[in-house]
Design a protein around this ligand. Structure first.
Ligand SMILES: Nc1nc2c(ncn2[C@@H]2O[C@H](COP(=O)(O)OP(=O)(O)OP(=O)(O)O)[C@@H](O)[C@H]2O)c(=O)[nH]1
Length: 300
């Protein structure tokens, strides 16, 4: 049977582990651990969907593991249900404050454990979906501006700390207003989807990140770039979209859809904040639209 989720059971009592395993084994993949250290090692290797955690363990406090999980980027969104012998309100309150989603006291009814696990897995699935949707552009299904901002912020900070170059490209489809006027808005949407997919495919080959910036503009972030590498990437992007051969009957410069690219290469001066590159890239993009190469680069 295809089990729907992976559950980690952490309890130092072998009998408790066995009971929980037998309760949930039919519906889920169960991994059992007798200590917090073992559990941490499992969490670093496996994708866990939910944790059932005992807090009063002889060999280390479950509270510590709970706190670690909730402050770690890789595990903070895993729901943790406490299964405890302690009926103390303080322990229950502490566990919930530290981020546990539920608190079940022993002895428990297997049916209730099953029901609570099911509820929290359903909520997690919905939260995961919302998280994904919040970062995906509805039309092109590539990352959206929110995802770009999150990603750029992390990569910019890393670049500043390591003093390694960071490149930002702003890409626009040429004469898109005329394209919509000539071919219709629906076809315009279809064209945006094709271009976005092609850009994503090409940028992936260069190990970069692409997002829809706004309307007909896309943004690309590339780390550890040199000028020649960046030129190679932008040529590949121009070529990839040319090769789609999407007819553009109203373009004064090409029979097919084409791009202009404004680039910023941060080498020495990274600016005060990540979004400083937007303005620089926007000016470069404006100039790119007027030159034959359709690419303009600002180096800082
Ligand atoms: N079909 C479609 N069109 C869009 C979408 N978002 C923005 N647009 C249109 O894209 C056009 C963008 O035009 P502009 O950026 O003003 O300019 P342009 O025609 O590309 O001209 P140049 O910048 O000189 O190349 C506008 O007409 C917008 O209405 C979208 O999601 N779908």
């Amino acid at each position: 049977m295809n089990k729907s989720a992976q559950i980690l059971v952490v309890d130092d009592d072998p009998l408790n582990r066995l009971v929980l395993e037998n309760t949930l084994n039919d519906d889920y993949d169960i991994v059992v651990c007798g200590s917090c250290e073992e559990a941490q090692s499992v969490l670093s290797k496996k994708n866990v969907d939910l944790i059932l955690l005992d807090i009063l363990m002889g060999n280390g406090s479950g509270f510590e593991l709970l706190e670690k999980c909730k402050t770690c980027i890789h595990s903070y969104n895993i729901p943790i249900i406490i299964v405890s012998q302690s009926h103390s309100f303080q322990d229950e309150a502490k566990a919930l404050e530290l981020g546990a989603v539920d608190y079940v006291t022993k002895p428990y009814s297997p049916a209730i454990i099953k029901a609570r696990v099911k509820i929290h897995l359903t909520i997690k699935k919905k939260n995961d979906l919302l998280g994904r949707l919040a970062n995906i552009d509805g039309l092109t299904e590539i990352p959206n501006r929110r995802a770009l901002e999150e990603n750029l912020s992390v990569l910019w900070q890393q670049a500043v700390q390591s003093q390694q170059a960071l490149a930002f490209l702003l890409i626009s489809i040429d004469y898109f207003k005329s394209y919509n006027d000539k071919h219709g808005y629906a076809q315009g949407d279809g064209c945006l989807v094709k271009v976005a997919n092609q850009l994503e495919h090409t940028v992936n080959e260069f190990g970069g990140f692409v997002a829809r910036f706004d309307g007909v503009r896309f943004a690309v972030v590339l780390t550890k770039q040199s000028e020649p590498q960046l030129m190679q990437c932008t040529s590949a992007l121009h070529l990839a979209v040319e090769q789609l051969e999407i007819p553009h009957q109203a373009s004064p410069i090409s029979a097919f859809i084409s791009l202009s690219i404004g680039g910023v290469l941060l080498k020495d001066h990274f600016g005060d904040k990540p979004s400083d590159v937007y303005e620089l890239a926007d000016s470069a993009l404006l100039k790119a639209g007027q030159v034959q190469s359709k690419f303009e680069l600002v180096v800082r």
